[in-house]
Design a protein. Structure first.
Length: 251
């Protein structure tokens, strides 16, 4: 099944895909097929065998895990242009998290059997798959460091930018964009992602809004001053005193 012309922009938004050699880009297009999910539909669950490499074409996905106590954690929020599934592709192990759609969502799925077979015939392209995994590993290291050194407001500013940039995969302001970047990310989902209560994340968001960095809209957040948000995340680390209690610790 060929990739529809109106879905090509979603792939072009991915820095990883743009950095792949044309031969691999063509294979990902030729070997894949479209997949549509309704709101709240489970794409796959933790422990399930890998189905292949996926790219979000439209809509959004939340990646998380149901905890033993029944609570839900949220690791990431994926929008159009984001590729995922490379970890299971590389190590052959089951999926690490649950992935569920938020709203009507369309995906491009490249089946594992077909893709692995092609990569084994063209082994130099495995390096590109590893590059995708390494980019996310670097992001994970940064998040862990931020938990240790940054207060909640600064961590929140950085996380909003990370989501807006597709965790390093997209430009914050695509060419031709005239409106502020808007995240369709509910506060309860953002609270899960940050590991704090909704009340705590709402207070931090209100502070960022008072400073003029963001605007809170129904069901979303507009990033009015991305550079200020970036500066907040960079500078706060130098001011933070490790002995001072963390604002959201213990919630």
């Amino acid at each position: 099944m060929a990739l529809p012309d109106d879905d090509h922009p979603a792939l072009a938004r991915s820095r990883w895909f743009a950095g792949c050699e044309p031969e691999l880009q063509a294979a990902l297009r030729a070997l894949g097929h479209g997949l549509s999910l309704v709101d709240g539909e489970l794409l796959f669950h933790q422990g399930q065998r890998s189905a292949g490499l996926c790219c979000v074409l439209s809509g959004a996905l939340h990646v998380g895990r149901l905890q033993p106590d029944g609570t839900q954690s949220l690791l990431a929020w994926l929008e159009a242009g984001h590729w995922f599934g490379e970890i299971s592709l590389l190590d052959g192990q089951p999926r690490t998290h649950d992935v569920r759609s938020d709203g009507m969502t369309r995906l491009w799925l490249v089946p594992e059997v077909a893709l692995v077979g092609w990569l084994d015939e063209h082994p130099r392209h495995w390096r590109s798959i590893a590059r995708l995994a390494c980019a996310k590993l670097r992001q994970s290291f940064e998040v862990l460091e931020d938990i240790a050194r940054l207060p909640l407001e600064a961590r929140l500013a950085k996380r909003l930018l990370q989501v807006a940039q597709g965790y390093g995969e997209q430009d914050l302001t695509p060419p031709g964009a005239t409106q502020p970047r808007r995240l369709r990310l509910p506060q309860d989902q953002l609270a899960l992602m940050m590991g704090v209560s909704r009340q705590t994340v709402n207070k931090a968001l209100k502070s960022l809004e008072t400073q003029g960095h963001i605007a809170l809209r129904y069901g979303g957040i507009e990033l009015l001053e991305p550079q200020a948000l970036a500066a907040l995340g960079q500078n706060s680390g130098h001011e933070h005193i490790s002995a001072r209690p963390h604002p959201d610790r213990g919630l």
